[in-house]
Design a protein around this ligand. Structure first.
Ligand code: MG
Length: 322
């Protein structure tokens, strides 16, 4: 009887655990993500290679910052994560902090319910000009959600052509300190110079925190082998990378879907067990948008509502081995 009481307690404990993240959901399987060498691994120490969508700039496509969209990305796209691109300038957080914070929290809550990972992205190109805003936003986020393994902090989307050591790293260290006050251990992703392409700039001067990885962005129509070579150099030097944003089209978000280049990138990503988030969930008339104009903000999209990029990327995400 002692044995069966023990067993019952174990079953009960397992049941309680699964209440936090739905059973067999991505977060239930991998737990809190951590950097180990040049890989991002789950609780079992094995690489976790996430695949999902990025939402569009929060101030311009607020209709997709919903539980319905997040649930649909999980059920139909088989996304293991989602990215909230929280706008900073251009009418974003700096002018309406409460409105943008609510959008971020809505997506985080929805991801937790689904057992998905959620990248909370500070969608800025000049974040070093207003570090106190990022400290406040991420400090509050960490205080509220730092105990949830779902949350990944992406503290600077795409720096411009600025110095890693003189500009980006000092900014990142301030924001990381604000996060670490409340959350000692969740994964933090830091942007890199030249629209998060110059990942090799970090090699001589990485951030001293055990759970930091660096951002690599590419647009398949524009960026080819030279950028993969740069990324390989960073990986070989021991840096962990995450593709928090990528497109099937040109770097301006428009143009044709470049399948050949996308496939070369997906091969590289698979080989290196990276995670990838496609730009973007939007119904704008633009090559990178996955939806046709007027598509619902609550998911349930028919195939006829998906664009060429949307159908192609959905297949890539559905077929991803993670
Ligand atoms: Mg934590």
């Amino acid at each position: 009887m002692v044995f069966s009481i023990g067993l019952a307690a174990m079953v009960l404990a397992a049941g309680m655990g699964s209440e936090m993240s739905p059973q067999a959901s991505p977060v239930d399987v991998h737990g809190r993500l951590q950097v180990k060498g040049n890989r991002i691994v789950g609780k079992d120490g094995k690489p976790a290679s996430l695949a999902g969508m990025s939402l569009f700039w929060s101030q311009w496509m607020p209709q997709y910052y919903t539980a319905g969209t997040v649930a649909w990305l999980k059920s139909d796209f088989k996304s293991t994560g989602v990215r909230a691109a929280i706008a900073v300038g251009s009418g974003g957080y700096l002018t309406q902090p409460d409105v943008e914070t609510k959008k971020a929290h809505a997506v985080v809550d929805a991801a937790i319910k689904q057992g998905m990972y959620v990248l909370v992205d500070w969608h800025s190109h000049d974040a070093e000009k207003t570090p106190e805003a990022a400290e406040k936003f991420f400090g509050e986020l960490a205080a509220k959600y730092g105990n949830k393994p779902n949350v990944i902090y992406e503290i600077y989307n795409e720096p411009l052509k600025v110095s890693w050591s003189q500009v980006i790293k000092p900014y990142a260290e301030r924001v990381i300190a604000a996060i670490r006050k409340h959350d000692k251990d969740n994964l933090i992703i830091v942007g890199t110079p030249t629209w998060s392409q110059d990942v090799d700039a970090v090699i001589p001067d990485p951030i001293k925190d055990p759970n930091v990885a660096y951002t690599l962005h590419f647009y398949a129509g524009t960026h080819k082998q030279y950028l993969r070579d740069k990324a390989q150099k960073a990986l070989d030097a021991g840096l962990a990378l995450m593709v928090t944003e990528w497109g099937t089209v040109n770097a301006d978000g428009d143009g044709k879907v470049d399948r050949e280049s996308t496939q070369a990138w997906m091969d590289f990503i698979a080989k290196n067990q990276l995670s990838h988030f496609n730009w973007s969930v939007a119904d704008k008339v633009e090559g990178a948008a996955i939806l046709k104009p007027g598509s619902s903000g609550n998911g349930g999209w028919k195939d006829t509502e998906l664009t060429e990029s949307g159908l192609y990327v959905r297949d890539l995400i559905r077929g991803w081995k993670h």
